[in-house]
Design a protein around this ligand. Structure first.
Ligand SMILES: C[S@@+](CC[C@H](N)C(=O)[O-])C[C@H]1O[C@@H](n2cnc3c(N)ncnc32)[C@H](O)[C@@H]1O
Length: 483
């Protein structure tokens, strides 16, 4: 018998009692099992039933209470649960009397009717979770080793990211257009943006100051107070966030000196985690930026054939769009720059040259062939058609622009005009690529193989580029969240 079934309500109006239904139902184990089976999403592992006398929890606590005391505790406990709903029907003034009466008889009643609490304990697993967990494990393995070289030393990404900086400056007009339209449409008091895959170095904070400048200038033109900017800098947990933290005070001082009070406040926060899952609350962002990041896949699965990579890219990019669609407000924008290719089985990616040199090292017995066979770089350079198809099928975003910028592998160095000859340019490309690839490559082939690998790479990279007419293909995509 359920403890609520015992009702001692003789003094209340009978109508009140007739109209009262306690919203409480104690199912049998068969009833519970049937619902689980019919619903179908869970596998039932354990179903246990624990019976206990109404007062056995008090006896077990061994607090030395006699029969009277135990009845008082039961009455107080039941009152703590039931008083709000009972008093809303029968009045607060009836409660003392009710629970006095209840206390006076509850243990006699329990003994006479052999009443017990019947506790059902159910242990369930969501079906299909094994695959998700297996995939998640693969993602976590990649997340652990995928990061750029940290710090600000000679091999760091911070000082070897001129290529990415050059591309960002080429993309700036598209960034400006996207941010301006977003600002005019939504006029946020505080624009909330995220830079996904921010890494560490000059590029990390320059996108923040670019956005601040664009909204500051636009608000001035519109005679509006400058909006503040909240920027979330995201990367994988292995990223060197400490270098970002250390650079913040001088960044804020520089902003203050250069832009002064004519620009809004800027608040910078870091967020560690993969953007292939949710990172932000729903409807919380106005703008998402990501540059030179989305060709890094969440995982790879052998066999390492183009088809498998394309499928993984489609899966990952779809998940990326779905997560951002949740996080962006309607009308929110994204500007994404991706290193792409002209055709999906393009053999001309710069990583191919690294692959060729790793192969040479295997042939010379410097690297075990098994290590190379087991290695799949989680990297895929999609064509603009492949990107557009995912955006269309996923359906949450309107595509405004998809532009393609091509550049020779060394043209960013020529453009920077730092007077480097052919030899120097090859060395710079090798150092820059090493800053990106060293953590993941050395986790597979060993730190000791890295000098040799990048020496070999440097020796052939420009010949290879010229012979094969290789170019970096930069895809720049500007999107608005529908709705
Ligand atoms: C080449 S860097 C680009 C950094 C910066 N956006 C720039 O333009 O200089 C790529 C960055 O993407 C990050 N990244 C790769 N996959 C990621 C993921 N799933 N979630 C978050 N960051 C990721 C890497 O750790 C790396 O720091």
């Amino acid at each position: 018998m359920d403890i609520f079934t015992y009702r001692g309500f003789p003094l209340c109006e009978s109508e009140k009692l007739d109209n009262f239904n306690l919203p409480n139902y104690a199912p049998t184990s068969e009833e519970v099992k049937k619902v689980i089976e019919v619903e179908g999403s869970f596998t039932l592992h354990k179903f246990e039933v624990f019976k206990m006398d109404w007062d056995s929890y008090i006896k077990k606590a061994n607090i030395g209470l006699g029969r009277q005391g135990r009845a008082t505790v039961i009455a107080t406990d039941i009152r703590a649960m039931g008083e709000p709903i009972l008093s809303s029907q029968f009045g607060e003034e009836a409660m003392d009397d009710l629970f006095q009466r209840f206390k006076a008889v509850v243990l006699d009643h329990m003994e006479a009717e052999k009443c017990e609490h019947i506790n059902l304990v159910i242990s369930l697993t969501k079906k299909g979770t094994y695959t998700i967990q297996k995939n998640r494990r693969k993602m976590v393995e990649i997340e652990k080793v995928l990061h750029m070289n940290g710090g600000d030393g000679n091999t760091s990404y911070a000082i070897n990211s001129l290529l990415q900086r050059t591309v960002a400056s080429m993309v700036k007009p598209i960034l400006e257009e996207g941010i301006e339209q977003l600002y005019i449409t939504l006029l946020p008091e505080c624009l909330k943006m995220a830079d996904l895959g921010c890494s560490t170095g000059f590029n990390t904070l320059s996108v923040v100051s670019d956005v601040l400048e664009i909204i500051g200038t636009k608000s001035k033109m519109l005679n509006l107070p400058p909006p503040s900017l909240q920027a979330f800098l995201n990367d994988l947990p292995g990223n060197d966030f400490n270098t970002i933290f250390r650079s913040l005070p001088s960044f804020y001082t520089k902003l203050e000196n250069e832009k002064g009070s004519s620009f809004g406040h800027c608040f910078i926060t870091t967020v560690a985690g993969s953007f292939y899952v949710r990172l932000f609350p729903s409807n919380s962002l106005h703008f998402v930026h990501s540059s030179y990041v989305l060709m890094w896949l969440s995982m790879t699965s052998p066999p390492a054939v183009v088809d498998a990579y394309l499928k993984q890219f489609e899966k990952d990019f779809t998940m990326f769009l779905k997560c951002r669609a949740e996080e962006l407000v309607p009308g929110g924008r994204m500007v994404l720059t991706i290193l792409g290719s002209i055709k999906s089985d393009d053999p001309l990616s710069i990583w191919e040259v690294v692959g060729l040199k790793l192969n040479d090292m295997v042939l010379e017995g410097l690297i075990e062939s098994e290590k190379l066979d087991n290695f799949n770089l989680p990297w895929f350079a999609p064509t603009s058609e492949e990107v557009k198809k995912v955006i269309e099928v996923e359906g949450s975003f309107t595509l405004h622009k998809c532009e393609v910028f091509k550049m020779d592998w060394d043209s960013y160095i020529k453009k920077a005009n730092i007077g480097l000859e052919r030899q120097g340019r090859a060395a710079k490309i090798a150092t820059d690529l090493r800053a990106v690839g060293e953590p993941i490559l050395s986790s597979q082939f060993g730190e000791e193989a890295m000098d040799d690998l990048f020496q070999r790479f440097k020796a052939v990279v420009l010949d290879h580029m010229e012979a094969e007419k290789c170019e970096h293909i930069n895809l720049v995509i500007s999107l608005t969240k529908k709705g």
